[in-house]
Ligand binder design. Structure first.
Ligand code: CLF
Ligand code: SF4
Length: 527
């Protein structure tokens, strides 16, 4: 077994201890690996702004039971609990994939992630992969599994060029695993307790090792369950990193009583955003995924958007698709995207050089930056960390502040508060602005004028923003403004259409100037 990377990586000379998913990390990776992840929206944080994925729900059965799952819904290992996807046959799945890929030329990845475990349904999953590898060879194939059947399936996955595999590993200690998995179905028998968890863990680890040995990129998902595996996930991260996993995605447990899961019924609580971030930070230098949206098993589009309704089977049947032309269009559109990314990167490094030369004195004075100077920072905004330590214009011991941003893309603050279906959550400190997650909300405003006046979903949105001290958006109505303020969250619409990171830093600097970050005024940031 290889230590942290495949033999191929070693030959290409990667000496990084961490080949990461953020833009910054990707720059340090060997070309061969960068090529493989640069357009995968889950494996590259930056790519998720440009490229789309879709899932096809072809796999109904499962071979284990997780305490956070109710079989009425999609597999919660990779999908948002409480969502039911329409089951497709492999033929329907292929028709749908080809139709979507013709309509959304940014689509690069097809994943099978449910509604049960894809590898507990090998015939349906592999038939889908076989047909797609023949009919749409430019689309990457991706699969997500609980790992029990993985060692038996590795060779067949490789036959179809499946290059990205996700394994959900919630524990490497059977005693902890037994608290998460009440049973597994193994060798035609239902097995329970620590013995069952031990088999599952061994199979997951064996599958992981086999994939790494064969050069497949592996992402590991872990569900963070407070009081069960929260103290243990650091060890999971250490083990999977040592074995060569590429990325670790720690997802918060979603536990609503109405979903009817064991944890939901028993009142198991979900982690707070703070607990999630602290754990991600504690996982050392493992590459952590922080932009997961816990998609549906039939999700379509960019991460965070769901265009599934546009591609129901009846609508697909009515489409007249020229597959060869669609593939050519994808190649052209994606080449244009890459060219633009390269241009942005060049502008960004030139700006960094200028800032370095100027000792960064203009960086925090956003109003002093021209739009030309700000534009490259928009792409920095999508990165996980923006290092501002060298600027030296803020005392280094100021406390950090969580801020929420309403954005519909392009790295800009360009969405009304009431129209946002999700908020990007940043941690802002003297070191810079760091994206730490996304929080979903029910969109409650459909009109541009009053922006959310009087809607019942508002308290829920404000509750969801708990822990943030500022919310930046392009516009906010009077009523939400009042209620946000009452909840201790300052609404800020002064940076409409500006790049996110400079605006966050400007607000942070204003807080410092007004004394809100000083020792006397520091608030406790609630979790
Ligand atoms: Fe799908 Fe998963 Fe492949 Fe991505 S999703 S099978 S790796 S193509 Fe991505 Fe969605 Fe998070 Fe999954 S954001 S739930 S990590
Ligand atoms: Fe549910 Fe997925 Fe766990 Fe199976 S592996 S029990 S479908 S969450």
């Amino acid at each position: 077994m290889l230590d942290g990377m495949t033999q191929a990586d070693k030959q290409t000379g990667c000496t990084q201890t961490s080949c990461g998913s953020s833009n910054d990390h990707l720059d340090k990776m060997p070309d061969a690996i960068r090529e493989r992840v640069k357009n995968h929206p889950c494996y590259s944080e930056e790519a998720h702004h440009h490229y789309a994925r879709m899932h096809v729900a072809v796999a109904p059965a499962c071979n284990i039971q997780c305490n956070y799952c109710n079989r009425k819904y999609d597999c919660a290992n990779e999908s948002r609990p409480g969502v039911v996807s329409e089951l497709l046959t492999p033929e329907q799945a292929v028709r749908k994939t080809l139709a979507v890929a013709a309509s959304i030329p940014q689509m690069t990845v097809l994943g099978v992630a449910g509604p049960g475990d894809p590898l507990a349904n090998p015939a349906r999953t592999f038939e889908t992969f076989r047909m797609l590898s023949e009919q749409a060879p430019d689309i990457k194939l991706c699969v997500s599994t609980n790992g029990l059947s993985l060692p038996d399936c590795v060779d067949e996955l490789l036959q179809y060029n499946v290059d990205h595999v996700t394994i959900t590993i919630n524990a490497v200690d059977p005693e902890i695993g037994a608290q998460i998995y009440p049973w597994i179905y193994w060798n035609n028998r239902r097995m329970r307790g620590v013995k069952a968890a031990k088999i599952l863990i061994e199979r997951q680890q064996k599958g992981l090792e086999m994939l790494i040995e064969r050069g497949v990129l592996v992402k590991v998902n872990s569900v963070l369950i407070p009081g069960v595996n929260d103290a243990h996930l650091k060890e999971v991260s250490r083990v999977i990193k040592a074995k060569g996993a590429f990325l670790h995605n720690v997802m918060p447990l979603i536990t609503e009583p109405e979903h009817g899961t064991y944890y939901g019924v028993m009142g198991q609580r979900a982690p707070t955003q703070r607990e999630l971030t602290e754990l991600q930070d504690a996982c050392g230098d493992m590459n952590m995924m922080r932009h997961c949206r816990q998609c549906r098993a039939d999700a379509v589009g960019l991460l965070g958007e769901d265009r599934g309704e546009e591609f129901t089977l009846d609508k697909i049947d009515a489409l007249d698709v020229d597959y060869a032309a669609a593939m050519a269009k994808r190649a052209k559109v994606q080449a244009d995207i890459e060219a633009e990314r390269q241009r942005q990167k060049a502008r960004q490094s030139s700006l960094k050089e200028q800032l370095k030369a100027a000792n960064g004195k203009t960086l925090f004075t956003v109003n002093g930056l021209t739009m030309e100077q700000q534009a490259p920072l928009a792409s920095v905004a999508s990165g996980a960390v923006v290092d501002r330590a060298e600027q030296g214009t803020l005392p280094s011991d100021l406390r950090s502040v969580q801020m929420a941003v309403a954005s519909s893309g392009q790295g800009l603050i360009n969405q009304h508060f009431g129209s946002a279906r999700e908020f990007m959550i940043y941690e802002v400190s003297p070191k810079g602005a760091r994206l730490i997650g996304h929080r979903k909300t029910a969109q409650y405003c459909t009109g541009p004028v009053n922006c959310g006046e009087g809607d019942a979903a508002l308290p829920e949105t404000i509750e969801m923003l708990k822990g943030c001290e500022v919310v930046l958006c392009s516009k906010v109505g009077f009523k939400p403004w009042d209620q946000l303020e009452s909840a201790g969250i300052i609404p800020n619409g002064e940076h409409a259409d500006e790049p996110i990171v400079p605006a966050l830093m400007a607000v942070y600097k204003e807080m410092h100037t007004s004394g809100a970050l000083g020792p006397d005024c520091s608030k406790t940031i609630s979790a």
